[in-house]
Design a protein around this ligand. Structure first.
Ligand code: A3P
Length: 304
């Protein structure tokens, strides 16, 4: 296991295991029934995957355990270091409908997802908390480049130099597509709800998990009982997911993830950035944020 440098793919820095196999990622063609869960890393991917998985299994946690992958849904991208198997290999052996996870920015998602009108759930998280979570993750994930000191890490985040590129471009890319479809489906309420990207916010999930689970349920055209919803909310609480071997990534042992440095299920809170940013760092970040997000009105919260 080595902390290899990142390699740009169309200007986006990616792990070399992905960049070196880019053709097979780019040519992947999903089934129309497949669901894509897309996120910038550390925005709430695992949480959303778990909710979706439980919804599809009517809240039956035992049935979820029989999933073909040790860590929820497979990654679209290639992950080579053992013991993490390649997501693409998993996908080849699974029947649709498959839940596929990706951290790719919008422009690098294989076009088959759009051509086949696959459902897409995008999860976003306010930039400062996302950055903090990513910093701790890079400390413990030995396949990512060294995070270096905190101060420099903020700068790398602001300049889009981390794995998967710019957070700003990422959240804006999927948002722009969502807005485009909103206009396209203006007169078709149902299409607008069901055929658009479902754009979720981590802060909303924390505020009212039940409401967000129900939102996902409607998007997936599922109908589960109130009792099952309650069970799903309980099973996907931070506390339960931290203890659950299917979600706490204990299946990715050292030397890949060293959870003694920082657990995968670390804190699960909104506003932890206040414990990391100095007032000066926060001010500098806010000024740059305004420039990078100019003209885009994505309703992020708890940022100031
Ligand atoms: P923190 O590092 O802030 O604790 P991802 O799955 O995209 O890698 O995101 C991981 C982040 O989501 C971590 O954030 C993790 O603790 C948080 N998380 C995972 N499951 C959660 C849950 N059920 N409730 C709240 N936060 C959760």
């Amino acid at each position: 296991i080595s902390r290899f440098p990142l390699i740009p793919v169309r200007g986006v820095p990616l792990m070399c295991s992905i960049a070196n196999n880019w053709d097979s990622v780019w040519s992947f063609c999903p089934d129309p029934a497949d669901l894509l869960i897309a996120t910038y890393p550390k925005a709430g991917t695992t949480w959303t995957q778990e909710i979706v998985d439980l919804l599809l299994h009517n809240g039956d946690a035992e049935a979820c355990k029989r999933a073909p992958t040790p860590v929820r849904s497979p990654f679209l991208e290639i992950f080579s270091p053992p013991p993490i198997p390649s997501g693409l290999d998993y996908l080849k052996n699974m029947d649709p409908p498959r839940i596929i996870k990706t951290h790719l920015p919008f422009q690098l998602v294989p076009t088959g997802f759009w051509e086949n009108k696959c459902k897409v759930i995008y999860v976003s998280r306010n930039a400062k908390d996302n950055l903090v979570s990513y910093f701790h993750f890079d400390c413990m994930n030995m396949t990512q480049p060294e995070p270096g000191p905190w101060e420099g890490y903020i700068s790398k985040f602001m300049h889009g130099e981390l794995s998967w590129g710019s957070w700003y471009d990422h959240v804006k890319g999927y948002w722009a597509e969502r807005e485009k479809r909103n206009i396209l489906y203006l007169f078709y309420e149902d299409m607008k709800e069901k055929r658009n990207i479902l754009y979720l916010f981590y802060e909303d999930m924390k505020e009212n998990p039940r409401r967000e689970v129900e939102r996902i349920m409607r998007y997936l055209d599922l109908s589960v009982s109130d009792e099952v919803i309650s069970r799903i909310v309980e099973l996907t609480s931070f506390k339960n997911m931290k203890e659950n071997p299917m979600t706490n990534y204990s299946c990715v042992p050292p030397p890949v993830f060293d959870q003694s440095i920082s657990p995968f299920m670390r804190k699960g809170e909104v506003g932890d950035w206040r414990n990391h940013f100095t007032p000066e760092q926060s001010k500098m970040f806010d000024e740059d944020y305004e420039k990078q997000m100019k003209g885009v009105n994505i309703p992020f919260r708890d940022l100031i």
